[in-house]
Structures are given as structure tokens and as C-alpha cells.
Design a protein around this ligand. Sequence first.
Ligand code: AMX
Length: 434
Amino acid sequence: TDKLKEHFRSKIEPYNKKVKDFVAQYGDQKMGEYTIAQVYQGMRGITGLIYETSKLDPEEGIRFRGYSIPEIQEKLPKYPGGKQPLPEGLFYLLLMDELPDDDAVRRMSNNWVRRAQVPPHVFKVIDSLPQHAHPMTQFIAGITALRTESEFQKAYRQGISKKDYWDPVYEDAMNLIARLPRVAAYIYRRTYRNGDHIEPDPRLDYSANFAHMLGFDNPEFYELMRLYLTIHADHEGGNVSAHAIRLVGSALSDPYLAFAAGMAGLAGPLHGLANQEVIRWVLDMKKELGGGLPSKEEIAEYVKKTLTEGKVVPGFGHAVLRKTDPRYMAQREFALEHMPHDPMFLLISRIYEVVPEILEATGKVKNPWPNVDAHSGQLLMYYGLVEYDFYTVLFGVSRALGTMASLIWDRALGFPIERPGSTTTDILMQKYAK
Ligand code: AMX
């Protein structure tokens, strides 16, 4: 038996009761009002979702089940001798709403190893795409191909009762998380290493094994991967990837389909693809300015040119955050500890000193500060993972942890199909523009 699953099962009834009682007593309370402008502006500032696993504070950044990034760095179990939290532990926290001990984390690690076998047809599907297909194209194709293994699909055909939906969704979510690193590493090695693939090493933890399959057997890179996979996991429910996964999952599309939908969203340059765009933009800057470390004045000129051309400065700004992203700071601290003299780090730091003031001066950018994507590429490049088109796939593997924990809860709490209303400008004008 799956002890983790049994532990999760024990959480469902009390949580449901908590929600039911709360809604019964306070369900008619008003949560707020919103304006016509907000409806036109991407529903910014309208709270319309319950998403239990994490919550984003505009000033302080993400909290996972109440814990900030520095807090999880302190409280989650580490690899023996390591300093970074293990993503297995973060997933446990998100799913169980409880901090794991070392044993729980080891159990999670082993559980995923048992589930990690990727069926051969998934590799064939990926191999049928041209080698130049963007890694996110290959990733989404691979995830969709994994869907043949869906337990939820099978159970639904067999007529499963609504109250048991969570169980096969849990199976699919756990299998998907367990298999994603292999799929991602396969894409990396086929695209950039002539198809010279590396078998998984089941003795390693989730992050180290992923790094190993990518071809980076360096204990420092293992630590980076543990940090990376932990901090990219979840960012409350309204961002494009999490919201897409929630939405598609609410139609009872299985977790593979829901996750593929979310990855299609993560592949947009205003969302997860920003991590590759940052490096592309920085390398273009260096090329244009002749190679060395550009001065602050040169960077400022380049930033202004980007803005004049009607483009965004990638890695800066956020729809919710209003301060420097703590995920940026955690990565900056990693760089300060492991590579303080890396020229690329010095450049990223200098950009951080220059950009906010310029974005502020536009008078329209609501958050001039850097987000998670402004830093992640530099760390990867330092260790030799320089193929930046691949970066969003790494983000995607991590994002499975938060969104899948949340999707299991969606079904455990019996959330309905999501279906907000919409209207037209003419209808609004008839009503308000008298
Ligand atoms: N560079 C240039 N202009 C920017 C900007 C940036 N980094 N961030 C915001 N703006 C502009 C917007 O394009 C908008 O211009 P407009 O009025 O002419 O259309 C104006 O400032 C107001 O936007 P906002 O309310 O501050 O931001 P938003 O909530 O609409 O969008 C985001 C948020 C992240 C899409 C935006 O800041 C952006 O495009 N940033 C660059 C891309 C990026 O780094 N994305 C990654 C975000 C994190 C993630 O999801 N991984």
C-alpha cells in the first residue's frame, strides 16, 4: 500500500468539513466589488479562485501553505550535507498541509522512483518531431503521449463515483511528477547532445537524478536543481499555467491533459518563457556592446532602446508582486555563495541596479522589480547548461509539483466545472454609458 496516499486520504474528510461549515456559515458574505476597468484589464485584483496550496503576497512574495521562501529553506529537509530544501519535501507540504520530516521526504523520493518508468512510445512521439522543434513543443507532445497511462481516464470509463475522483487523479499526478524529469532530460539530450541519453539512477534524489539524466553530475549543480525545483513549484492559482491546469482539470480532463494545457501557457514569453528571453536579451546586449561587462550607462541606454522598440524588459515586472521577488533573492544568494565573480552574475547584478529606476520613470509599469526569471538563466549557464531554449522545460517540471498537489485537492474537495460569466462591450455600454 501507498502510505503517502493513505495519509492524504485521512486529510480529506476534515478538510471538506472545514470548507463546508465555513461556506454554510459565511457563504453569503461579500468579498468585494470590481470595476469595468478591472474586467478589461485581465481581471487583475479580482479574487475568484480558491487555491489551497500557496498564496502570493504582493509585498512579501509567495507563501507555500503559509511558509515564505526563507522559511521553507530553513524548515524543509535537506540532502545530507546540503543546504537547499528538497522538492520532495515541498510537494509533501503542499499536498498534506504539514511539514515533512526526513522519513516522509525519503518515502516521497522512493515513491516517485517506483513510478518513474516512461513507456517507450513517449520517446517515439518526441523523436518524430524535428530536432529544431522548441523544447516546450516537445515537452507538451511528450506529456500528451504519457496520457495513455491515465488511471483517471480508465476509472471514469468504468463509472467511478464522484467522491472517489481524487484517487485516480492522485495516481496520475504522482506518476506524472515521477516521469517528467526523464521526459525533460530526453528532450535535452536529443536536442543538444546528439541523442546520447543517460539512464536514471534510482539511488539519487529527484533533483540529483534529474541533473544526472541531463548530464550534469556535479554536487553543486544538484544543489542548484533542488533549489530551482522548489522555488518554481507554485505561485498561487491565478497565473496562466496554474489557472489553465485548474480550468482544464475542472472539465474532468485527466491530469495529463490539464498539465499539457498549463505548459502551453507557461511557454508564453510573458510567463515562463521569460527565463529564456532574459538570457537572449542579455546576450544580445553583450554582443551589441562588444563583449565585456557593460557599464551602467551602457545598460541604461540598451534598456531604453528595448522600451523604445515597444518591447518588454524580460525578467522585470509582475502582475501581483510589488517588490523584488524572493525567488530572485534566493537565487542571488546562491550565486553570491557559489560564483560571486562570475561575469554573467556581475552583469545580472548590474542590470538589477539599473532597470527598476528606468521602468519606474515610464510611469506605467506597476512593478519595476525583477522576478524569478531574471536570475535563473545565469545560474544554469554557469554550470554549462547554456541552451536557453530549454529553460522553460525546467520551470515546467517544477510547476508540476504545486499544480498537481492543487489538482488533487480540487477533486478531493469536489470543486465544480469552472465557468465564469462574460459580457460584451455593447451590453456594458447600454447599461453604464447613458
Ligand atoms: N518592460 C516593459 N514594459 C513593462 C514591463 C517590462 N518588464 N512590465 C510591465 N510593462 C508595461 C506593460 O506592458 C504595460 O504597458 P501598456 O500599458 O503599454 O500595455 C504597463 O507596463 C502596465 O503593466 P503592469 O500592470 O505593470 O504589468 P501586467 O500586470 O500587465 O503584466 C508582466 C505583468 C509580468 C506580464 C509584465 O510585467 C511583463 O511583461 N514583464 C516582462 C516579461 C516577464 O518577465 N514575465 C515573467 C513574469 C513572471 C513569470 O510568470 N514567470
